[in-house]
Design a protein around this ligand. Structure first.
Ligand code: FES
Length: 235
């Protein structure tokens, strides 16, 4: 195992080849907020919340996608980075309809948690307020596109852990949408195994089990380390 010494926020830390800066920061108690990252799933760097500054250039790179290197020097926490992160969260809130007071995941939502941690009390940007649909065609689960932040956790857990490849993303930019079986209603999917892993890993109220009312969707947190071990064993 090849060791790498690097510096995060002025602290000298040691990681191993193949680890990301996020892995090493967390192992050393250095806080870096994340949304799309989930232990046990391959990172895709979609949310950009974990962005850090690589010195001396000041280049911004997501820590989850930045492999450790000998002599690497990064800043993970600064007022500028916190401002970037607040802006990312604000953009996520304005792009869709995250009205916590009427969400199944209220008080169990990672987007809500990150907003609170970053001290977001209001939105300066005007919400887009798109009219997006809810696919409730599945017998057990539903997807509310208004709550989706396109973190791709459901896509990755479905492909990398369950091996079903039911979930995907169609469209680009603000028109990007989660789809099942390339656009078939979820209830008519021929690949979905109804395992519910996608529902457990969703950080918001986008994917939820039917029969839940406001603030009743609770992700089974102990289930996540199990997923991580399963994914690790499968790779
Ligand atoms: Fe790194 Fe989302 S956690 S980009």
């Amino acid at each position: 195992m090849s060791m790498r010494t690097l510096t995060i926020d002025g602290v000298e830390v040691v990681g191993t080849e193949g680890q990301s800066v996020l892995d090493v920061a967390r192992a050393n108690g250095i806080p870096i907020p994340t949304l799309c990252h989930l232990d046990g799933l391959p990172d895709v760097g979609s949310c950009r919340l974990c962005v850090v500054e690589v010195q001396p250039s000041g280049r911004l790179v997501p820590a989850c996608m930045l492999p450790v290197e000998e002599g690497l020097e990064v800043v993970a926490n600064s007022e500028t980075l916190h401002a970037h992160r607040r802006q990312i969260i604000e953009l996520l809130f304005t792009e869709r309809n995250h009205v916590c007071a009427v969400c199944v995941a209220n008080n169990d939502c990672e987007l809500q948690d990150r907003a609170q941690e970053l001290g977001i009390t209001h939105l300066d940007l005007c919400p887009v307020s798109p009219k997006l649909g809810v696919d409730a065609s599945h017998e057990l689960f539903a997807v509310d596109h208004n709550r989706c932040i396109l973190c791709m956790r459901c896509v990755r857990v479905c492909a990398d852990v369950e091996g079903a490849n039911t979930w995907g993303v169609s469209g680009r930019g603000i028109d990007a949408r989660l789809v099942t079986d390339a656009g078939t209603p979820w209830g008519e999917s021929t690949t979905c195994t109804s395992c519910g892993k996608c529902v457990q890993v969703c950080p918001t109220g986008a994917l939820f089990a039917k029969g839940r009312s406001v603030a009743q969707a609770k992700a089974q947190r102990p289930y996540l380390p199990f997923l991580a071990r399963t994914a690790g064993a499968a790779r």
